[in-house]
Every structure is written in structure tokens, then in C-alpha cells.
Design a protein around this ligand. Structure first.
Ligand code: NAP
Ligand code: SF4
Length: 673
């Protein structure tokens, strides 16, 4: 009997059967825009071979005005069909199925040509959209239908029509963005006319034996969003118009509630799909923060949906389903929902990848080929960089010995996992430990390697990480001054805390000190904290009482010397969440200060270059989060003795060190040895 009987059960759609209940959800990776379609094909084919029953591509624009960005990929011309065929052929050869998502961005299109039901600018775009006239609406429908017909011609097994996340079709549905008084606005029946027309005409164009998924916003998380009754009516109308399945969309992009970040509880939104179960007879797909086979199985067993969508987990591990089916769930590289290498890249106009798996979207360029001349490799330091290098080197057939001074692997990741809302780091460290053992790495824990221990190896890699920077503040030797590592390991902290340094770790420490119980581990508590209500009670699903965060057990002040807004360097798609969290906990954030001295009563600071406004920030504990410097003593000793050693991770460059760079650098070095 299968370990995951629900997740691995086939799903019969009538004209075709999906081999299991796992959909690889749509992600914009930037690959298509490179124009290298063999590379796009390699990316999707690897995921098809890994067992996803149905893949949905990144959003393809039906026309220029609907493109998320000027130059975004689409199926504009018959010539594009040949490119897409390279992808569909590769996926079919790998045993998979693939649907093309048609995404019309409406007022979210980052272009002066953007169009919408009404000329209302979105808060996340600089461009005011042009209001579509009746002819313009007909053109949008025709272009979407043409894209669907071309998708069929290109060999896709279906299309997904993007109707959620605040894009064009979603914009027509709600009075927040649709102020029209013609046949496409006003009453609810008129507001939902466009999505229904689109589904009806697409179905007529593609025929009965083609998968048609409609992605439906089941909780808008904006003011004046849809009510549950409207969501149910729309779902029933979409079914009647010819959809084969309905996928779940959660929240508009402009919503100020996190929907996929790591601090969102696992399966934290599946209840919205469950609400719709039984109201339609076509399969429902649920989504958001499902990242292990166990969670997927539970969601299905609980009757939340007929199928689960996972997107980022397929960046982290293309073989997610195959490993689950083989009883190797512990060997699935986990998506920790950090957004650091995927969405943060997308929003910085960079190609996506994955923090955990640097090969994601680089399948043809970063290849872990078996070594033709296996070597003996010593790696010193089992933090992110050292573990990554060890895994890739061992996978390639090298004999790897990994030295670690402490009694556990993980390095700085072990501090990250202490932060409320970063519980996914537990799984990441566990996965590294599992893989190091499975790939036969010779682990030497509690072993501080010196130069003499490193003789007899063909290659030496130093990944000794970082040590805390000394901020050299007068009075920092007083007993109430602590380093961040000591605090995160459970060191005693008082009621009034000043944190010196507001980088990623300063923010993390502030969150740690202001949160008693992690809401990430309790969906109801997390919903209360962020004000996520119920569309059946309040349209859009915003709780009328607003966010109700648990009070902080202590008063915290977070400081930096730079005069800019605190948290500016945090992740592009997650920084606002960290700032909002600390604001909810009444953390005072002060920039532009000089640290004059630490006294028994607190921290003396002054403002700006002229050092004015000298004052005391009363505190019974001061926590130093002033960044790091490279720990290179061993590397320097080896180099001085003329021994060749590679230096990676924080030991190489401490500035802005993060796990993404460390893992990528370790993997790339090991791929080249
Ligand atoms: P960081 O981001 O470089 O921040 C260091 C902080 O210390 C800054 O606020 C800096 O601000 C301050 N600082 C620097 N030199 C100082 C000095 N001599 N005296 C007093 N203050 C000083 O380093 P981090 O916070 O230690 O984080 C390390 C890395 O871990 C980050 O770069 C980040 O990539 C990663 N990380 C990421 C996350 C995440 O959420 N993605 C979370 C944790 C850690 P001023 O110079 O303005 O005072
Ligand atoms: Fe998941 Fe982070 Fe990888 Fe994105 S970068 S797929 S969020 S682990």
C-alpha cells in the first residue's frame, strides 16, 4: 500500500487521466524570456520526469497590453508555436502533461499600455490603466481565445486561465476595481460576465478533449472583495461554461497580508478551497504553503480539495513526487518558502533559481556530472556552504571528508531555525544531515581541523564561516551586553532591549524577542494576528476587527547607523512582512544614530554626523547584531604554508552573506572539481 494513497491516486478527467493528485503550479521564472527554448524544455522535462502529474507553465501573455512586463513571453504569433512545441515535446517524452497558463495582467501590467475595467491605478504599479471600451473587451477575449487555440496547436494538454491574484479577470469581478455601468460592470451578474465569457469561448475553441483550468480567487484579501456566495456562484458558472478543474488563488498582489512567505503556516489557506468542495462537481485544486508529501496527503485526506498545487517545491526538488512514491520523503530537498532565489529574483528582473537547489532554472548550465577522476576532498566547516559543496562533490563520486568543530551540522542555519516564523529551517538542516549520510560523506563532528589534519587530500575546501563583528562601542564588555548567537541559543534577556544593528539578523532577533509562541504553527492564531477573516462573513476575507497580534513580552528598540528606512536590505518580497511584524509588536525603529557608549542603564546614542541630541535609550539588555567578519584563520595559515585551498561561503566574503550565496558557491565549486 502506498504511503500517500490520496496524493498518488490517479484523477480521471473524462477525456484524460492524471497519474496523481500533484499539480506543479505556475511560476514566473524568467526562463522563457531568455529565448533559449531548449533550456525552458530542460527545466520542465526534469519536473515531469520527477512525477508531477500536470505542470502549469508561467503566465503567458495573450497580447501586448496584457503582458506583465514589456517583452514578457506569450503566444502572440504563429511563430511562437514552434518554440512552445520544444517544451511540450520534452515534457511528453518525460512522461508528463503540461498546461499553458494564460495571464492577462490588466492594471498590474508594468507598462503604460495597461488596460483595466476602470482607470484606477493599482498601489503596486506606477501606471494608470486605460479603461477598456466594449470593443476593447471583445479584443481581450478574442486574444485569450486565440492564445488557447495556439496552445493546443503547440501540443499543450490544456490551459489555465488566470482569474485570480488581482489580474484582469479578477479586476472585473469586484467593485474595488470595476466601476463600470455598462454590460461588464454594475451588478454582480455583469461583473462576472467577462470570466464566464472567456471560459465559454475558450472551451468552444479548444474542443472537449482539452484540460481547461480556471484559477479562481477564493479569498481576495482586499477591501470590497468577493463574498463567499459570489465565489460559489462564479465557480458554478465557470463549471457550466466548460472548465475541467478549478484552481485556488489566494489574495491579490496588492494585499497586505502574506500568502506564501515562510511565516505563513503550512496549508494555511486550504480551508478556503474546502469551503467550496461539494458546490461544484469538477475537481478543485488547493494551494499555498504545501511543501511536503505529508502535508499534501493530509490536505487531501481532510477533504480540502481533489488535488494539490505546489510550485516552489518543484524548484527545490524536481523529483518531489518520485521520491515520495519511493518512500524517500526525507530525501526531498525542502522548499523553505524564503522567496530569496525565486520571487525576489523575479521582482528584481533576474532569472529565478532556488536557495536550496542552485540547479533550478540552470539545468543545462550547472551539471553535476560523475567525476572521471574521483578525488579525496577535505571540507572544513559544515555550514551551508560546506554542506552544499560536500553533497555535490559526493554525488559526483568524490570521497568527501567533512570536518565540523561543533557537534552538529548546519552552522548559522541552526540560529535561523530558532526564529518564530522560520521553522522551515529545521527541515532544511535535517535534509542536509540526511543527504550527507545517504551520499556517504565521512562526517567528523566535534573535530576542529588544523593544517596537519588536512594532509593527504587532493583538494581542500575551507568553509569556516563567520564570526560576529566587533562594533567597538565603549562599555560593550558590561554583563548585560549579549551577542545575537547567545540570545538565540536561549541566553537570558530582560524586559527592555536595545538591538544594535538592523540587518537580517537584527530583525530576526527582534522577532524572536517579541514573540512568545510562533503563530506560524497555529493557523487560527496566525489568521488572528494578520486579520484574515472569512469571505462568508466579510467580503474579501479581511477580518473587520483588523490584525490582532499577541502582545510582545518585552519592549524592543532596533537601531542602525544608516539614516535610511530600517530593513531596506531585506528580501524584496518579504521585507515588508518583517517590518509589519515588528510594527505590530510596537518595536521602535531608529536610524541615523551613533553609538556613543553602553552604560549600566542602557545605550547612549546621538544623531547624525554632528553627534547632536545625545540621549539614553534605557535598556536592561543590549544585543549586538552588527554583522560578521570572515573566519579565515585556517585558510590564511594554509595559504601562508603554500597549501592550495578553496575558500567559500562566509569565510570567503562575510558581507551580505546569506544561505543562498553560500549554497550556490559550494555547489558550483564542487561541480567543477
Ligand atoms: P547585515 O545584514 O550586514 O547587517 C549588519 C547590521 O549591523 C547593519 O544594520 C549595520 O547597519 C550594522 N553594523 C555594521 N557594522 C557595524 C558596526 N561597526 N557597529 C555597529 N553596527 C554595525 O548582517 P546581519 O544582520 O548579521 O545578517 C547577515 C546576513 O544574514 C545578512 O546579510 C542576510 O543576508 C542574512 N540574513 C538574512 C535574513 C533574511 O531574512 N533573509 C535573516 C537573517 C540573516 P549600520 O551600518 O547602518 O549601523
Ligand atoms: Fe523555495 Fe526559497 Fe527555493 Fe524559492 S528560493 S523555491 S522559496 S526554497
Amino acid at each position: 500500500m502506498s504511503l500517500y494513497p490520496q496524493m498518488l491516486a490517479p484523477l480521471d478527467l473524462g477525456h484524460t487521466v492524471l497519474k496523481n493528485r500533484v499539480l506543479m503550479g505556475s511560476m514566473h521564472t524568467g526562463l522563457e524570456e531568455l529565448g533559449d527554448w531548449a533550456r525552458v524544455a530542460a527545466f520542465y522535462a526534469e519536473r515531469a520526469a520527477g512525477g508531477a502529474a500536470l505542470i502549469v507553465t508561467g503566465g503567458m501573455a495573450p497580447n501586448e497590453e496584457g503582458a506583465v512586463l514589456p517583452g514578457a513571453a506569450g503566444l502572440f504569433t504563429p511563430a511562437d508555436i514552434a518554440n512552445h512545441q520544444i517544451v511540450t515535446d520534452a515534457v511528453h517524452t518525460a512522461g508528463g502533461k503540461i498546461a499553458m497558463q494564460i495571464l492577462h495582467a490588466g492594471r498590474y501590467a508594468y507598462s503604460p499600455k495597461c488596460v483595466a475595467p476602470s482607470p484606477i491605478k493599482s498601489p503596486i504599479s506606477p501606471f494608470a490603466p486605460k479603461e477598456l471600451d466594449a470593443e476593447g473587451i471583445e479584443k481581450q477575449i478574442a486574444d485569450i481565445v486565440t492564445a488557447a487555440a495556439r496552445a493546443r496547436e503547440a501540443g499543450y494538454d490544456g490551459v489555465e486561465i488566470m482569474g485570480s491574484e488581482g489580474y484582469l479577470l479578477n479586476q472585473f469581478l469586484v467593485t474595488h476595481t470595476n466601476k463600470r455601468t455598462d454590460e461588464w460592470g454594475g451588478s454582480w451578474a455583469k461583473r462576472m460576465r467577462l470570466p464566464i465569457e472567456v471560459v465559454r469561448r475558450v472551451r468552444a475553441a479548444v474542443g472537449a478533449d482539452f484540460i481547461l483550468i480556471y484559477r479562481l480567487s477564493m479569498i481576495d484579501l482586499i477591501p470590497d472583495g468577493q463574498s463567499f456566495d459570489q465565489i460559489r456562484e462564479l465557480a458554478q458558472a465557470v463549471e457550466a461554461a466548460g472548465a475541467s478543474m478549478i484552481n485556488t488563488g489566494i489574495g491579490w498582489h496588492e494585499a497586505r497580508i502574506p500568502t506564501i512567505a515562510t511565516s505563513v503556516p503550512r496549508a494555511g489557506f486550504t480551508w478556503v478551497t474546502k469551503r467550496l468542495m461539494g458546490h461544484v462537481s469538477i475537481p478543485l485544486i488547493t494551494s499555498n504553503r504545501i511543501n511536503t508529501p505529508e502535508v499534501a496527503e493530509q490536505v487531501l485526506a481532510d477533504g480540502c480539495a481533489d488535488m494539490v498545487s505546489m510550485a516552489r517545491p518543484f524548484l527545490a526538488d524536481p523529483a518531489f513526487v518520485a521520491k515520495a512514491a519511493a518512500g524517500q520523503s526525507a530525501r526531498i530537498a525542502p522548499c523553505i518558502a524564503c522567496n530569496q532565489a525565486c520571487l525576489d529574483h523575479t521582482f528584481s528582473m533576474k532569472l529565478s533559481s532556488c536557495l536550496v537547489n542552485p540547479r533550478a532554472c540552470h539545468e543545462t548550465e550547472l551539471v553535476y556530472a560523475p567525476s572521471i577522476a574521483p578525488k579525496r576532498i577535505a571540507i572544513v566547516g559544515a555550514g551551508a556552504a560546506g554542506m552544499s559543496a560536500s553533497l555535490v562533490a559526493a554525488e559526483r563520486g568524490h570521497a568527501v571528508t567533512l570536518f565540523e568543530a561543533s557537534g552538529q551540522v548546519g552552522g548559522q542555519l541552526n540560529l535561523a531555525r530558532q526564529i518564530p516564523g522560520k521553522e522551515e529551517f529545521h527541515g532544511l538542516v535535517d535534509w542536509f544531515a540526511t543527504e550527507l549520510a545517504a551520499r556517504g560523506v565521512d562526517m567528523r563532528l566535534n573535530t576542529r581541523a588544523d593544517a596537519s589534519a588536512l594532509t593527504g587530500f587532493d583538494e581542500i575546501i575551507i568553509s569556516t564561516g563567520v564570526t560576529a563583528r566587533d562594533p567597538a562601542i565603549p562599555g560593550q564588555d558590561l554583563p548585560h551586553v549579549k551577542g545575537y548567537a547567545e540570545v538565540l541559543r536561549g541566553g537570558q534577556v530582560g524586559q527592555k532591549v536595545a538591538i544594535i544593528g538592523a540587518g537580517g539578523i537584527g530583525f530576526d532577533v527582534a522577532e524572536f524577542l517579541t514573540t512568545e509562541t510562533s503563530p506560524t504553527l497555529d493557523v487560527a492564531e496566525w489568521r488572528r494576528e494578520w486579520g484574515v477573516g472569512d469571505p462568508a462573513l466579510s467580503p474579501g476575507g479581511l477580518a473587520p476587527e483588523g490584525p490582532q497580534p499577541a502582545p510582545s513580552p518585552r519592549q524592543v528598540t532596533l537601531l542602525q547607523r544608516k539614516a535610511q528606512k530600517l530593513g531596506k536590505g531585506l528580501g524584496k518580497t518579504t521585507g515588508w512582512i518583517h517590518r509589519a511584524q515588528l510594527q505590530m509588536k510596537q518595536v521602535e525603529m531608529i536610524g541615523g544614530v551613533n553609538y556613543e557608549a553602553i552604560t549600566p542603564d542602557g545605550l547612549m546614542v546621538s544623531d547624525g554626523p554632528e553627534r547632536g541630541n545625545l540621549r539614553l535609550i534605557a535598556a536592561d539588555t543590549i544585543v549586538l547584531c552588527a554583522g560578521q567578519v570572515s573566519e579565515r584563520s585556517l585558510a590564511d595559515e594554509l595559504h601562508a604554508a603554500g597549501v592550495c585551498a578553496h575558500v567559500i561561503g562566509g569565510a570567503d566574503i562575510a558581507g551580505e552573506l546569506d544561505a543562498k550565496r553560500a549554497i550556490d558557491q559550494g555547489a558550483r565549486l564542487a561541480a567543477a572539481l
